[in-house]
Design a protein around this ligand. Structure first.
Ligand code: ZN
Length: 335
């Protein structure tokens, strides 16, 4: 199938959510506390559904099982990545995610969660929590016990266009006034360290997970520096933000027309602003702000035309789980 696979976004209400997903992308959101648009997801907690074409109404999980050729037979027992747009109208909880090994053991075979953020838009004085100042787990726990968050947590000022790579084990939080496109491993496991003593939707404080957090947190904090590489052409610019074990993330900033080739097994793409067309073998598919689609393996080359900006990503070698195959290999080895 040499055509893009468009997906219907789905939405998650959160106590920190707002209405920006409707204002920025005209999405039909469920309430004025909508925090997350799950844009490209094969995760069982919220699966994308194909929007059009002969695969319409299939879930991404079904496609992954039934049509592996679309994904170049990428070696993973599940769709490996998850693209979200987050509207942090209020602060998110201070949190940390486990790595693959910990999540597989303690969270029912979940993947770990390494994530990254492209700041689509934010308030003038917006910031994030990214890392901490403790030099040991003892010091970390002491400052948590004292409730000395200002000394413990590292705050970073942000602006639109910034990009942050957040490996599993990193203490982090989006703060109020921030609209973010997140590319992450397909995982829904979060350990909350601090929730500002707020009450959840049910009127009770949301659960904290300090013990698990302490087991997975990186101490001392190590920041992975992101140095975007920009390739400029007349047709537009391509920025490579990060190229890591799990994923590579790009910005395609199309000025008039850019011809691209598939750099991996398949590619995820989200239109963050503008409009135009994606052209495959002479057929045009219009794309506009808020659209999300997968470029399948069969689309080895394509052109994007218009004044249109996209965040694109693809999984890399560690970007999945080869659970069954590994255990089979182990069984064979044991014999
Ligand atoms: Zn997170």
């Amino acid at each position: 199938m040499k055509q893009p696979i468009f997906l219907k976004p789905l939405f998650q209400e959160r106590i920190w959510g707002g209405t920006k997903l409707s204002k920025a992308y005209s999405y039909n959101i469920p309430s004025s506390q909508t925090g997350e648009c799950w844009a490209i997801s094969g995760h069982p907690n919220g699966q994308s559904i194909v929007a059009s074409g002969y695969l319409a109404e299939k879930t991404l999980g079904e496609l992954w099982e039934e049509q592996p050729a679309l994904f170049g037979h990428f070696n993973s027992d599940r769709f490996p990545l998850l693209t979200k747009i987050l509207d942090a109208n209020e602060d998110l909880s201070v949190q940390v995610h486990p790595d693959d090994e910990y999540a597989n053991t303690f969270e029912n075979g979940e993947l770990g969660k390494t994530e990254c953020w492209y700041i689509i838009d934010c308030d003038e004085d917006a910031e994030i929590i990214f890392g901490h100042h403790a030099n040991s787990k003892e010091e970390f726990m002491y400052l948590v016990g004292e409730g000395n968050w200002s000394e413990l947590l590292q705050r970073v000022k942000i602006k639109a266009g910034d990009f942050f790579y957040v490996p599993s084990g990193t203490i982090h939080a989006l703060c109020r006034g921030t609209l973010v496109l997140e590319t992450q491993q397909s995982s829904d496991t979060t350990y909350r360290v601090y929730d500002y003593d707020r009450l959840g939707q049910d009127g009770k404080p949301r659960e904290l997970h300090l013990n698990k957090a302490l087991e997975v947190i990186t101490v001392p904090h190590t920041a992975t520096k992101v140095e975007p590489a920009v390739a400029q052409t007349l047709g537009g610019n391509i920025t490579t933000f990060v190229e890591e074990d799990y994923f590579t993330v790009y910005k395609w900033d199309i000025k008039n027309s850019l011809s691209l080739t598939q750099e991996a097994y398949f590619t995820l793409a989200s239109v963050i602003s503008g409009e135009g067309e994606i052209i495959s073998e002479g057929t045009e598919y219009s794309i506009r702000s808020g659209d999300h689609f997968i470029i399948p393996n069969q689309m080895q080359s394509f052109t994007i035309r218009g004044n249109v900006q996209l965040i694109a990503s693809h999984p890399n070698s560690k970007g999945g789980r080869q659970g069954d195959m590994e255990s089979t290999a182990r069984e064979v080895a044991n014999v």
